[in-house]
Design a protein around this ligand. Structure first.
Ligand code: FMN
Length: 146
């Protein structure tokens, strides 16, 4: 797949087949995000991979899909929900570059997933506070790739 085809094809997905994503694909996403560019090479990002069906089920309600659309259109229904989440966290003080590092990392993962036929949704609209203990990371929590 050439890069333009990848960019055109890799849209936002909000309904998912109920298949586990192979471990080696998840590992590859995390590794490629880990080695992505980072301002001043600070590398402040940490990743929480949530992949067991039980853990995924518990945190589903924290994520808001397409809040601008009517709920029946945006929010995935039972049987359509994501099978894994990758939650990005930061370590250390926030800098003007933190958000840029996050953007580079999530786009790296979302393009990387697409080349393996895995659709994803970047989610900024997250209720971290109401989440289970899985969501309670000591440092700041930011975007999520579902
Ligand atoms: C920083 C960022 C935050 C986003 N947050 C959400 C979100 O909370 N919920 C959601 O359903 N989509 C979210 N999206 C996905 C956008 O809605 C989507 O990229 C946009 O509507 C364009 O659709 P497309 O990617 O299919 O072209 C987010 C995208 C970005 C880049």
């Amino acid at each position: 797949m050439d890069f333009h085809t990848l960019c055109i094809g890799c849209r936002t997905y909000r309904r998912f087949k109920q298949k586990q994503i192979p471990e080696e694909i998840l590992d590859e996403l995390l590794e490629n995000a880990r080695i992505a560019n980072s301002a001043m090479n600070r590398q402040p990002l940490r990743y929480v991979l949530v992949k067991t069906p039980e853990a995924v089920r518990k945190i589903q309600p924290c994520f808001h899909f397409a809040a601008a659309l009517p709920k029946e259109l945006g929010q995935p229904k039972k049987g359509e929900q994501p099978t894994a989440f990758i939650i990005l966290c930061t370590e250390g003080p926030e800098t003007p570059w933190t958000g840029i590092d996050i953007g580079i990392a999530v786009r790296t993962m979302n393009l990387n997933a697409y080349i393996h036929g895995v659709g994803s949704c970047i989610i900024g609209n997250v209720e971290f506070e109401s989440g289970s203990s899985l969501m309670k990371h000591p440092d700041a929590l930011y975007e999520v790739c579902a």
